[in-house]
Design a protein around this ligand. Structure first.
Ligand code: NAD
Length: 428
């Protein structure tokens, strides 16, 4: 049991340190890679609809750019902290490296709650965030993207502000833009689909028919919705989905043992991925506590909401039926939980591999923007499938070869690639 306050950056460093030890990395490489290269903290004054001015806190962290420009989302969240952003930027470095795309790791954030902000106020935050960081990002420096509670519209406002400041057209400055305004087809599907491509491959290696499997999701936002769609298209059955209830300020799990119909559930889901309780009851869902998603007797658990959800307190509640965890969210499992998951013999598809579909498609978006030629959705998704499948197979081969946990195998591959890039550049 652990009651220490959760610090995602400490966790990212802890994960790194253990792999650095296994790889026998020298001291200077360790020091360089366990910390961000650059970290920006700034204030964003925004004129609110009532005429007052509110000052928001913003961040951008560039963890490492030895393999290419930094890449990573910008989150709007009331509990955003500098350490969360640092952890997420670090994981982006490993994520880009594990799928072998020529990008580094970055992440941004603003402490705010879009639930309580008008469209105009959100536009003010987006433009203000860019004004503070415009000199330090760009197509060849650092390329932001959407993340929790930021959307293609937010990205377009950000691009527009950047272009106004730099007096030119720079569609490659930001990804996750709306289709038709420099966005790529398939981007909204990419993270969820990418997750399920890896789940499909893992089940194939285990000799398990996906059609005979059941799953429980935490979250019903962008990642979970598309993961749920593809998983059910492949024939899997979703038993439960949990999400945050803004009115009650708590989370609930929606369970229907006959199976969740994703399209139907979407009709009663708001734009923040929150499900309407009363309407769900009418559709035959049981409404359980927020933690119930992890206790379900299913084959696959798919945490697709927040970090620190599978921890020393919750991991013991995982059913003995579970054979696999696919981490759609960033950092959903703590190192303490990893130990319990290993003891239970559950196959883990770690976050920075499982959810790399989003950044891979963002990379495709950059490539298309640079060529000024856009691919069809099928072309994008088939390239994504190839990249995710290749990455999964490399990591699982490494895990078998070195007899290590999948998270360690993914780290071994990515840290080695980044350390090598730093070495070749003569940095270390
Ligand atoms: P989102 O904002 O669209 O959805 C988040 C979902 O989580 C919502 O359904 C919300 O109700 C739910 N949620 C929030 N708090 C919860 C709680 N305490 N209990 C249960 N449910 C809760 O976000 P998203 O884009 O789907 O991202 C989800 C996770 O995936 C994040 O960790 C994000 O960093 C990660 N991720 C997203 C992408 C992407 O392309 N969107 C890419 C890589 C990783």
């Amino acid at each position: 049991m652990t009651d220490k306050p959760f610090n995602p950056f400490k966790m990212a460093q802890q994960q790194f340190d253990s792999v650095a030890e296994k790889l026998g990395l020298d001291e200077s490489t360790r020091e360089l890679l366990r910390n961000p290269l650059r970290e920006y903290h700034f204030l964003i004054p925004v004129k609110m609809d009532d005429g007052s001015v509110k000052v928001f806190q913003g961040f951008r962290v560039q963890h490492n750019d030895a393999r290419g420009p930094c890449k990573g989302g910008t989150r709007f969240h009331p509990h955003e902290t500098a350490d969360t952003v640092k952890a997420l930027a670090t994981w982006m470095t490993w994520k880009c490296a594990v799928v072998d795309i020529p990008l580094g790791g970055g992440k941004g954030g603003v402490v705010c709650d879009p639930h309580h902000l008008s469209e105009r106020e959100q536009e003010g935050i987006c433009r203000g965030w860019i004004r503070q960081i415009a000199r330090n990002i760009g197509p060849v420096q650092d390329v932001p993207a959407p993340d929790v509670m930021t959307s293609p519209q937010h990205m377009l406002w950000m691009m527009d502000e950047y272009e106004a400041i730099h007096n030119g057209r720079y569609p490659g400055v930001i990804t996750g833009k709306p289709v038709g305004s420099g966005g790529s087809l398939g981007r909204k599907e990419a993270t969820g689909y990418g997750l399920i491509y890896t789940v499909r491959e893992a089940l194939r290696e285990m000799g398990v028919d996906i059609k005979k499997t059941t799953a429980s999701f935490q979250g019903f936002g962008n990642v979970a919705q598309f993961a749920g769609k593809l998983y059910t298209e492949y024939g899997g059955t979703i038993i439960a989905v949990s999400c945050w209830d803004q009115d009650d300020q708590t989370s609930y799990t929606f369970r229907r043992t006959s199976g969740v119909h994703v399209e139907e559930l979407l009709t009663i889901t708001n734009r923040f991925g929150g499900i309407d309780k009363e309407k769900a009851k009418n559709l035959g869902y049981e409404v359980l506590s927020g933690d119930a998603w992890i206790e379900q007797e299913v084959d696959i658990l798919l945490p697709c909401a927040l970090e620190n959800q599978i921890n020393a307190n919750t991991a013991p509640n995982i059913s003995s039926k579970v054979i696999m965890i696919g981490e759609g969210a960033n950092g959903p499992s703590t190192p303490e939980a990893d130990e319990i998951i290993k003891q239970k013999g559950i196959f883990m598809i770690p976050d920075f591999l499982a959810n790399a579909g989003g950044v891979t498609c963002s990379y495709f978006e950059q490539v298309q923007c640079n060529m000024n030629y856009f691919w069809t959705k099928d072309e994008v998704l088939s390239k994504l499938d190839t990249k995710m499948t290749e990455a999964f197979l490399q990591v699982s081969a490494m895990a078998r070869e070195k007899k290590v946990y999948m998270r360690d195998a993914a780290y071994l591959i990515s840290i080695q690639r980044v350390a090598q890039a730093c070495k070749l550049r003569g940095w270390i």
